[in-house]
Design a protein around this ligand. Structure first.
Ligand code: IPE
Ligand code: IPE
Ligand code: MG
Length: 238
């Protein structure tokens, strides 16, 4: 494995291409989602070996409700099954799981499992896995602005106190550092409303591999490549 000079402490992944993976095999799209969900464990397991402390994965966007009822219902069932199946293993492997996104539109039975998994893994710290469900960057900033406005209304905060750091505390990701590297699979070079605020200075990797084919080898290579990149954050190199 190539040595990394700079560590990607937080990697975020837009897990895309499940549908095409299934269609190429003449199978229903949901098959692709099931195959995709199976890839997560190996990537999480690789994180400590390559210095990735935080892994954030995009599972369902605020726009994904536009899909057929069959696909949406199948995905919700898959999320519940994934949580039930993986819970003990995540606890045992020291993974702390948290969810971001708006829970209001999710079924109660799914939200209950999400709460249970967060609680069961709350003492873990080997890897921090954040799963984005019903997440959209614009929606997140809008909800944050609403809560912030409420606190101003309540007199808890003055409008003159508002700055980027204060606003960031109202975001779903308030417990996370900004992502260093954002990977999107399946050949699409867009961010589809993922971590808009947080990725202001992230490095991006758009790769052709479909998510169900993504391996830890490829993950390790991308993280190693990140270590050779020059980040300037608007400044100049000295
Ligand atoms: C990503 O795969 C998973 C979700 C958005 C839930 P897609 O379902 O978008 O797969 P493609 O892009 O249609 O191949
Ligand atoms: C982004 O993928 C959302 C997730 C991976 C969960 P999409 O497949 O929904 O994005 P678009 O429609 O190609 O932009
Ligand atoms: Mg897609």
């Amino acid at each position: 494995m190539a040595s990394t000079s700079k560590k990607a402490g937080h990697v975020a992944i837009i897990m895309d291409g499940n549908g095409r993976w299934a269609q190429m095999r003449g199978r229903p799209r949901l098959m692709g989602h099931h195959a995709g969900a199976k890839r997560i464990r190996e990537i999480v397991e690789t994180c400590p070996d390559v210095g990735v402390k935080h892994l954030t994965i995009f599972a369902f966007s605020t726009e994904n409700w536009k899909r057929t009822q069959t696909e949406v219902a199948g995905l919700m069932r898959l999320f519940k099954r994934y949580i039930r199946r993986e819970m003990q293993d995540l606890v045992d492997r020291g993974v702390r799981v948290r969810f971001i996104g708006d829970r209001v539109r999710l079924e109660d039975s799914l939200v209950a499992l999400m709460d249970e998994l967060e609680l069961a893994t709350a003492d873990n710290s080997r890897v921090h896995l954040t799963i984005a469900i019903n997440y959209g960057g614009r929606d997140e900033v809008t909800r944050a602005a609403k809560r912030l406005a409420f606190d101003v209304e309540q007199g808890k905060l003055s409008h003159s106190d508002v700055n980027a750091e204060v606003l960031a505390r109202y975001l779903d990701t308030h417990f996370l550092p900004d992502p260093d590297l954002v990977i999107r699979t399946s050949g699409e070079a867009r961010i589809s409303n993922f971590l808009l605020w947080q990725s202001a200075y992230a490095e991006y990797e758009f790769i052709d591999t479909l998510w169900p084919d993504f391996t830890s080898e490829e993950f390790i290579n991308l993280v190693s490549k990140f270590g050779t990149r020059e980040r300037r954050f608007g400044g100049v190199l000295v």
